[in-house]
Design a protein around this ligand. Structure first.
Ligand code: GLY
Length: 371
């Protein structure tokens, strides 16, 4: 925690106002974005998590200052990412401070997200204009619907909970394979709701399992079960978690995509050989997201044997992330974790990722404080 505090304090001095860190560059310094990037909520979110754990007022002040420029995102209806942006910042800020103005921003954001729902598809649209014929849903969206669940518990309409529940069931049906692995992207016909194709955006190929997508599924299905107590979603969460546990390497930090054949066949970055085999960059952020989701699932499990297994796996993953291989301590990198893969096809590998840091802190809070 001391190291996390030092890294985030330095980040706070280096990131200009109204700019948001996404990933670290080769120099170790952060690349910045504007408030509309899907990653913008995670710096204030990480600061709120530090406030929760340390109870130091300085983290509350920093978090509040950092999230101020995100308020305009409450009117963002062009992407599902309004969920990521406002859940990690304003909704968490409300949870920790009870300030009504924070609740209002998050509620308006939930209304924006709800405007992307289609009854024909039974899901909220991930990308693109609300009117387009092609209706794309990515597995990551399981995280964004958390804002709808949150909103309906905090004064918003019951409909938001119902549409988030429907979205989770549609994703369970169409993104999760029978063995518990996941597709990244599913396209539907917006008019009829018919499934058009399954594919990937950040993975190796359409049939692969992109590691961060699988981690989003663990975290998202556990959270959706917590909100609905629908046993189908508990079964879904168990299924994706079990698949993860069967496939992660010994140190529990996955390669950026689980499909080794796809990676070995791929050209370019993976062609760097280590001990005669192509190197497979890891994604520490996927491990952090999964660890936090496994700890949530353990808390929700009535079956004690499963609960113990998920908790042990979550804690073991955090411990692995805290080893020198994944912790950026002693390097010039500004993030807490390194060895993340932001987007392999764009060459964004071996980076620090602000969302990896956020979910690492969330996982630590869940392990230590049971939040
Ligand atoms: N939602 C984007 C990502 O996980 O990279």
């Amino acid at each position: 925690m001391g190291y996390a505090e030092r890294q985030l304090a330095r980040t706070d001095t280096e990131v200009p106002p109204s700019s948001y860190p996404s990933h670290t560059r080769r120099s170790g310094r952060w690349q910045f974005t504007g408030p509309e990037a899907w990653t913008s909520g995670f710096l204030p979110g990480a600061m709120w998590l530090l406030y929760r754990q340390t109870e130091k007022p300085v983290w509350r002040r920093r978090a509040a200052r950092r999230q101020a420029a995100l308020a305009g995102q409450q009117l963002n209806t062009v992407t599902h990412d309004v969920g990521f942006i406002l859940l990690s910042s304003y909704a968490r800020a409300w949870q920790l401070t009870g300030r009504p103005s924070y609740r209002q921003v998050a509620l308006r954001g939930a209304a924006s997200l709800a405007s992307r729902y289609s009854g024909a598809v039974g899901a909220t649209r991930s990308w693109g204009a609300r009117q387009g014929r092609e209706f794309t849903v990515i597995v990551d969206n399981m995280m964004n619907i958390g804002l709808l669940f949150w909103g309906s518990r905090h004064g918003g309409p019951c409909r938001w909970r119902a549409i988030a529940h429907r979205h989770a069931l549609t994703t369970l049906r169409d993104h999760v394979r029978p063995d518990g692995s996941t597709y990244h992207v599913v396209d539907y016909d917006a008019a009829t709701g018919a499934l058009v194709r399954r594919r990937t955006w950040q993975g190796t190929h359409a049939g692969s399992t992109w590691s961060r997508g699988q981690a989003w599924a663990i975290h998202g299905f556990a959270a959706a079960y917590a909100q609905t107590r629908d046993r189908r979603l508990l079964e879904g969460a168990r299924r994706v978690a079990r698949w993860w546990l069967r496939h992660v390497p010994r140190d529990r930090v996955p390669p950026w995509d689980f499909d080794e054949d796809g990676i070995l066949a791929g050209a370019g970055l993976d062609r760097v050989l280590v001990a005669g085999r192509p190197r497979r960059p890891r994604d520490s952020s996927a491990a952090a997201i999964a660890a936090s989701g496994l700890l949530d699932l353990a808390r929700l499990e009535a079956d004690r044997r499963r609960a113990r297994r998920f908790r042990q796996a979550g804690v073991a993953t955090l411990r692995s992330l805290a080893t020198p291989r994944y912790l950026a301590r002693g390097t010039r990198t500004r993030s807490i974790l390194h060895e993340g893969t932001a987007h392999h096809a764009r060459g964004l590998i071996d980076t620090g990722l602000i969302f990896g840091d956020y979910y690492f802190l969330e996982g630590l809070a869940r392990a230590r404080l049971d939040i």
